[in-house]
Design a protein around this ligand. Structure first.
Ligand SMILES: *Cc1c(COP(=O)(O)O)cnc(C)c1O
Length: 449
């Protein structure tokens, strides 16, 4: 069996995510046969360096021996069991670990099975908390411009990326959208911290005005990943935490993408020394193996639901695969690797290497900005470096980088015209250099064709 055979069979029956399927009339579908570390191999024997961690989920490589072993052991013991009325050792151990490693005050863990579901859980819990606490007028959510929280209707409603949201707007609840701290728009010479705190004034104003009807502010700490890897300073989170406390509004930290070491600390909130009221985790949680998410919250919130059944205050949300034992075993093994191998420390070397690679791009005539937060490096490709005029989206320049890189054996999947590296933490410095070289050539190819 070769690539072409599988591609034809695939296109006859499958419908892929986030894809205009007609693109595959000219864009080859790539059937992957196997993965090892940062490398993927197709059925024709081509190899691809997985520079985007298979959509930001894979942190310790494909076919990681430790995670493989943990899942195999779990498989021979218990694959899954109903998680209402029943529990299991792996689910308990994982919740204990998550409570231990997440910011202080988060002492309860609720499982779901993907990032969007975690966001839905946090939104519903926050709303329901205020209802149970005698504040039924609190029904709204505040979100940031350019934010992304997933694709299900509640998650899409609190997101703000027009490409995904606009089509479905009539189906979505109303939210209060506040201009964000996206530092791409800071003034020349202005620091990230100065711009971020200056932009917080807009949030402070909205909070002061609407706090009485608002359940929570939802935010992606430090990096708006799906919103073109736009970044801001931790001071914004500090100010937001203070203002939420002052106005009696919850803070939901959506660390689905940035959690588990992506920003250089285990959780991005640590860089602001804050604890959110709800912390949403998924993606890297299982090392990129199995769908699982968790919402961590405080005892105070938990207690607002804890009462006699007849009071009808319970959180009756569920998913069939809540607390799946195989997924929990992958997550426990993943956290085990962080702790045994001191990954946050060892990643510093990779982060420095990425910064070194970044310098080359800053002078490129079609690069408006190169930005980095921890293990995320983003390169903003534009038509005009000085005016920052963007390439027309219809030209699909990012797609040209994607296709070029694939031919060179690198899986880069730009967001529009933003090329980014978000590699697994098992990547080597030499592989990072290869990435940098292919991205450089890919950008030159894309701006000239
Ligand atoms: C990917 C993502 C989600 C959605 O997670 P899914 O598992 O794809 O549903 C939510 N929030 C953020 C910040 C994300 O990056």
């Amino acid at each position: 069996m070769d690539n072409q055979t599988f591609a034809e069979r695939d296109l006859a029956v499958l419908w892929h995510p986030c894809t205009q399927m007609k693109d595959h009339e000219h864009l080859p579908m790539i059937p992957i046969k196997s993965g090892q570390g940062v490398w993927l191999e197709d059925f024709d024997g081509n190899r691809y360096l997985d520079a985007i961690s298979s959509w930001w989920v894979n942190i310790f490589g494909h076919a990681n021996p430790q995670i493989n072993a943990a899942i195999k052991a779990q498989l021979d013991t218990l694959e899954h069991v109903i998680f209402a009325g029943f529990t299991h050792e792996t689910g308990i151990k994982l919740a204990e670990k998550l409570v231990e490693i997440t910011p202080a005050g988060l002492s309860r863990c609720f499982y779901a099975d993907n990032g969007s579901a975690a966001v839905e859980v946090a939104l519903k819990m926050s709303f329901h908390y205020w209802l149970n606490s005698g504040q039924p007028q609190k029904t709204k959510f505040i979100t940031l411009e350019n934010s992304y929280h997933g694709e299900t209707l509640g998650a899409l409603a609190v997101g703000n990326v027009a490409l995904y949201k606009e089509t479905y707007r009539p189906m979505l609840m109303d939210v209060i959208t506040v201009p964000g701290p996206d530092c791409y728009y800071r003034e020349p010479g202005e620091s990230y911290a100065d711009y971020s705190s200056r932009r917080f004034a807009l949030m402070a104003e909205v909070l002061a005005q609407h706090a009485n009807e608002v359940c929570a502010v939802i935010i992606e700490p430090l990096v708006q990943c799906a919103g073109n890897m736009r970044m801001y300073d931790a001071v914004y989170l500090k100010l937001l935490r203070e203002a939420c406390d002052q106005h009696n509004v919850h803070l939901i930290a959506d660390e689905v993408a940035v959690g588990f070491g992506r920003t250089g600390t285990l959780f991005a909130c640590e860089q602001a020394a804050i604890s959110p009221d709800f912390l949403c985790l998924s993606k890297g949680l299982t090392g990129g193996y199995l769908p699982l998410s968790a919402v961590l919250t405080s005892d105070k919130i938990y207690q607002a639901f804890y009462d006699d059944y007849a009071k009808l205050t319970a959180f009756l949300h569920s998913h069939s695969y809540t607390g799946n034992a195989l997924a929990c075993s992958a997550a426990l093994a993943t956290i085990g690797i962080f702790q045994q191998q001191a990954i946050i420390d060892s990643n510093r070397r990779l982060i420095a290497k990425m910064a070194e690679i970044a310098t080359r791009f800053t002078e490129h005539p079609h690069v408006a900005e190169v930005r980095q937060t921890g293990m995320i490096l983003a390169i903003e490709m534009v038509k005009n470096k000085h005016t920052r005029e963007a390439f027309a989206w219809q030209e699909r320049r990012g797609m040209k980088v994607y296709q070029y890189a694939l031919r060179q054996g690198v899986l880069l999947r730009p967001l529009g015209n933003v090329i980014y590296f978000m590699p697994p933490y098992v990547i080597t410095e030499a592989e990072l250099e290869l990435l940098g070289e292919v991205a450089w050539q890919g950008i030159n190819h894309a701006v000239n064709n």
